[in-house]
Design a protein around this ligand. Sequence first.
Ligand code: DAT
Ligand code: MG
Length: 148
Amino acid sequence: MEKTFLMVKPDGVQRNLIGEIVSRFEKKGYQLVGAKLMQIPTELAEQHYGEHKERPFFGELVEFITSGPVFAMVWEGENVISTARLMMGATNPKESAPGTIRGDFAVTVGKNIIHGSDSPESAEREIGLFFKQEELVAYAKDANNWIN
Ligand code: DAT
Ligand code: MG
């Protein structure tokens, strides 16, 4: 089953949005298979956002994502990578539709509440950066028979 890496950023944790965000993906019908509250070391932040190394906002981005605890998660489900991106909304909250996480809770691009992998390749890479294999739990849920 497809898996993606999602993370409530430090602004989302400070604004008490962990429960709201977990709840949206649970209600959608996806399954949580790994989660932890953690403070990201600078080196991991730089690896995670490596694709943006040359961008002018890279320094700010690393500083922000390491500025407080994050809630890192792995979610599983059919088409979860691209659907989670739709549920998050556009990167810039000025453009994210109401009803999406960023559309409902964020105002500015620097503080946009949630991260989500943007492709199967980045999902695999990011899950590997944040989770050991033994931290992911495979389990069956009866409700899945009413979802899939
Ligand atoms: P996303 O988080 O939607 O995958 P991204 O990978 O393009 O977006 O960028 C990573 C994060 O970097 C994004 O969530 C917020 C920040 N960011 C992106 N573009 C920015 C910009 N023009 N100015 C400041 N921060 C930006
Ligand atoms: Mg991205």
